[in-house]
Design a protein around this ligand. Sequence first.
Ligand code: HEC
Ligand code: HEC
Ligand code: HEC
Ligand code: HEC
Length: 502
Amino acid sequence: MNKYTVLLGSSLVAIAAMAFMANSISGKQAERESINTSPVVKAEGFESKNEEWARYFPRQYDSWKQTRQNDKIDDMLQKNPQLVILWAGYGFSKDYNAPRGHFYALQSNINTLRTGGPTGPATGPMPTACWTCKSPDVPRVMEEEGENEYFTGKWARIGDQIVNPIGCADCHDSKTANLKISRPYLLRALEASGTNLDEITHQDMRSLVCAQCHVEYYFKDTKYKDAEGKEQLAKVVTLPWAEGLNGEAMETYYNGYGFSDWTHSISKTPMLKAQHPGYELYKTGIHAQRGVSCADCHMPYKQEGAVKFSDHHITSPLDNIATTCLTCHRESEEEFRSVVKRKYDRKEQLLKIALDNTAKAHLEAGKAWEAGATEAEMAEVLEFIRSGQWLLDYSIASHGSFYHAPEETLRLLSVANEKAQQARLKLVTILGKHNVFDYVAPDFSTKEKAQEIAGVNLPQLVDEKLEFKKTLLEEWNQTAVQEGRLNLESRKGMSDKSSYAK
Ligand code: HEC
Ligand code: HEC
Ligand code: HEC
Ligand code: HEC
């Protein structure tokens, strides 16, 4: 750590805040007054249309809109084809990209092959819950229909309702513009993990608004009676925090619940899929412990004339090291970049080894079943694979994890690798018992090869998607415009990229 000349951590945020207040107290005062005296965006409920906020908060709106700059498709299955094998039999083996700007959240959700090509409101592979982290229309519909009602039925049921990308009403109260948690499941999870909601500070909120989405979750089956007294089944987004927030604690939670996301199509393992435990991993890192929030790095203050405001262009802080990292770290930009890069390369090396070993464990287990291995012989192998892959996925699924908590990420990758190795050692013995001595896993070194092994029929999935986009999706947009929920002007000039049509 002595490589980094860091101001004393705990008082950092306070110092920064004081400096900036002294610096522009009059400007800030004017801004505050203009906020206090400005008409409320919406007196009741949620204003989901982002452009409706623009006239009161032009700087925040303009910088928010810059999240449309990152429309790049970074195909993770191409980058790490082992992932296709790890997820065989599950949606993620079809299509999986790194996150883009918030502006594209809905488009990414609509374009991914994971959401399929529904032909009507009751078709398609996914439940409504898949919209939950994509739009401020979500809390609006939850309020209008009821939370359980929102979580009932197929994704396509509310396609004409969820039409504005992640924006103001996801993080702010439409009446006061104060930061607000708009997703009730986060409040429940905080309570389940022992947080007293009355003790949440303003600095906590600067991370908790992000934790509404950048967290691990699963869909919990929840029975309820609808308005007509009919029994219904909701798939409610639930954060598995009751045992704690780290990887092992969540594994205990899922195991206690007998939960699995799917059964692996090659190794027959009952698997867990980590979503994106970004907040949870961040909590294990030094920055969180020193009180640095998500917004401190991803939404630095910006100056325009006498006014300072939060830069709402949420993106990689490395694009802007001078206003993010270097407000606290004191080396030159060049030095800092090279240190960060060196650390990152170490993680990539370990990641590749863990991915290869886990993929091979699945394929060797598949071969063992084929050769006649019994459930009793395989039980321990499957436990190692389930647990190891969960920890591996937990460590990387939130993309920024390595920057948020480098040591914890490396620890998880090492444990995951050890579990994959244990599975493979046991498999050598099992295969030998069934007279297989020279098995070598097939080549999965490209996305195409891996998808063939995993049985993904890409052309068919793409055809279904393109048909859906020409038909049902057009209807959704027309209805949303007619009913006043969508302003097409807000999408003008927007690109339309995907992993299959770049
Ligand atoms: C992902 C969450 C998020 C979204 C989306 C978001 N904000 Fe913010 N906003 C924040 C955070 C965090 C702050 C910092 C608040 C603080 O520390 O007081 C903030 C601050 C503000 C402030 C206070 C002044 C300032 O700049 O610090 C205003 C006004 C504001 N946002 C308006 C908007 C508007 C308008 C939109 C939509 C165009 C929007 N925000 C979208 C999280 C968000
Ligand atoms: C309503 C859900 C939601 C909230 C709230 C939210 N995010 Fe996101 N965020 C997403 C989704 C979904 C994506 C991926 C969008 C895509 O790929 O199209 C994303 C993408 C990102 C990216 C990648 C952007 C890029 O250009 O690479 C960053 C960084 C990010 N979010 C940080 C934050 C931070 C920091 C906060 C809190 C201030 C926050 N997010 C709040 C859902 C959310
Ligand atoms: C608001 C202040 C602040 C900002 C902004 C900040 N840091 Fe830090 N950083 C700290 C503090 C405090 C420590 C801990 C120093 C200690 O306690 O030894 C730290 C420690 C670190 C460490 C060493 C610890 C480890 O776990 O490896 C790295 C690397 C690091 N920061 C990278 C970054 C990067 C990259 C950015 C920008 C994306 C950044 N920091 C932005 C305050 C900050
Ligand atoms: C110390 C500064 C720092 C803090 C605090 C921080 N991040 Fe990050 N975050 C980074 C850096 C650096 C990256 C790496 C960006 C890259 O790869 O270019 C990153 C990456 C991300 C990404 C992935 C972006 C992508 O395109 O791959 C997301 C999402 C994200 N952060 C969300 C969050 C959330 C949510 C929080 C709070 C729970 C948070 N970050 C806290 C520095 C920070």
